[in-house]
Design a protein around this ligand. Sequence first.
Ligand code: NAD
Length: 347
Amino acid sequence: MGRDIRVHQVYAGRVLQGPGARSLVPDELERLGSERVLLVTTPSSAEVGQGLAVALGERHVATFARPVQHTPVEVTAEALAVAGEARADAIIAIGGGSAIGLSKALAIRTGMPQVAVPTTYAGSEATPVLGETENGVKTTRRDPVFAPGTVVYDPELTLSLPRGLTLTSALNALAHAVEALWDTGASAATRAYGVEAADGILTALPVVLDRPSDVVARGRLQEAAWLAGACLAQARMGLHHQLAHVLGGTFGLPHAELHALLLAHVMRFNLAAAPDAAARLARVADGDPALAIAALAAKHDGPTSLGALGVPRTALRGVAERVAADPYPNPRPVTADAVEELLLAAW
Ligand code: NAD
């Protein structure tokens, strides 16, 4: 008894979704009983943040506009001081995973409720996970307090995403869905999310790349990214995320670009050992899913190989050995030789 029991916990108790949904954020603060809001914004979301500050009027007491990737604790301390001085009682984070990461870091230190307004497809708003960096070392923690209680998905806020970030961020989301599909311990709900997320991304992403201002396709892509984020919250991530963590951490590589270029390689590595995931993904892709994703990844104008990202070829063996020494759960056994081969192909 016990070993086959699956637990499915839903995060973000309340999700609002659709073009213009951001206009409902003040009502959401009202629901939370908040009277003193701290806004977390980024340069890319500054204008939307200003609009929201105006709409909130006196309930907006401070803005912190300098979140940084991987949530350095020094930045959190600065934001905490701003929140304390302003006696904030709730947080609204508008931006990508960096802004939402800072909001999570503040929430666990203060107990403030969070409203997340994502502007990328990274999916952090759907997870109870936070990666923080201290003295250059990143540690990841899981706690339900990290998960924002309310998420507002407004596809209009993704219209400004440049083509490159649209592509890499969407493939970052797809990686969450794919890894959930080959996690044999994932719940039925997570598998359903994974299939719907993969379908949405493979259908909507090509349309968005052709017509970046198509709000309907942007909305479909965003809802797929939401479900992909929910997969990340539920399932055990495997070799793909391990490679992204080790390579990203060792060489300081851009998060979304790294995921985008690795995904098809890891799928080629794993799918034969994950027939159920392979069958579901083949139905969604209407053919070879690794080929479909490789074709999308190749549309990136930026780096599409580890070599082009600046990883030295001589470092690949060491990375493969580190990964094989302590592998994340993965459908195909992870050996240093096999991982080195994968990395050489991605290089
Ligand atoms: P990001 O938040 O760092 O944003 C990347 C860049 O895009 C920034 O310069 C930002 O200002 C800009 N940007 C964001 N939205 C934009 C828009 N709509 N238009 C124009 N520019 C825009 O990147 P990200 O990929 O969203 O998030 C990465 C971070 O999130 C990493 O720190 C990663 O570890 C973390 N993350 C955490 C989780 C989790 O569950 N804890 C999940 C995914 C990502």
